[in-house]
Design a protein around this ligand. Structure first.
Ligand code: GTP
Ligand code: MG
Length: 199
């Protein structure tokens, strides 16, 4: 999609604050600092629309970005950030659960993992949950990001390690290598999103 128009519509912490535009929504999940805001910026051709930070745990609300008046990207707070208090983390979990399990306009979830490393325990738990029967076949795109930090010749190996550790389920999920630095994978991520918008 050629993006000309993006609006940050809402920072929500509860369902009553979600937008009521009835547009399809795509959620972005992943550990703090993995590159969710950077992926959003890359997809919408902006340098710093979604706030990025070298300081993990910056995004603490569900941020709804309306793109071309056609789709919302929903930036979900990163999990696995140790410095967030236990009670704050429990609140996040309720907020995220409420959104991902119940939100009707949600058409798919992009789960980001770091292309350089094996998935963490929390990455695996998140993926297992997203692809569990509870979610009713919600499409999941696993994006292995920061791919610019590994050699092109290692992409296949990284992909197979990540898929094996996640117990990748190709019935409900797809996989893409990605880099916000080089824009590698951008077109294929957009293709996946556009297909979900038509589902
Ligand atoms: P939280 O909002 O804290 O959950 O983090 P986030 O997942 O939104 O991560 P963010 O996009 O803020 O990126 C974190 C850091 O990783 C920043 O310093 C980015 O510049 C860097 N980064 C993100 N994507 C890439 C990438 O593809 N390649 C490289 N080399 N660095 C990246
Ligand atoms: Mg962020």
């Amino acid at each position: 999609m050629e993006v000309h128009n993006v609006e940050m519509v809402m920072s929500a912490v509860q369902a009553s604050q979600y937008p009521d535009d009835n547009l399809p929504e795509i959620a972005l999940v992943g550990r703090s600092n993995v590159g969710k805001s950077s992926l959003t910026n890359t997809l919408i051709n902006r340098k710093a629309f979604a706030r990025t930070s070298s300081q993990p745990g910056k995004t603490q609300t569900l941020n709804f970005y309306k793109v071309e008046n056609q789709v919302f990207f929903v930036d979900v707070p990163g999990y696995g950030y140790a410095k967030v208090s236990k009670s704050a983390r429990a609140k996040f979990q309720v907020m995220i659960g409420e959104y991902l399990e119940k939100r009707i306009p949600l058409r798919g979830v992009i789960q980001l993992v770091d292309a350089r490393h094996a998935p963490s325990k929390e990455d695996i738990e998140m993926y297992q949950w997203l692809t569990s029967d509870d979610m009713g076949g919600l499409p999941v795109l696993v994006v292995a990001t920061k791919a610019d930090k590994i050699a092109r010749g290692k992409y296949n190996h990284a992909e197979s390690t990540i898929k094996k550790d996640l117990q990748f389920n190709s019935e409900v999920s797809d996989f893409e290598m990605f880099s916000s630095e080089t824009k590698y994978g951008k077109d294929l991520v957009w293709e996946w999103i556009e297909a979900r918008m038509l589902d």
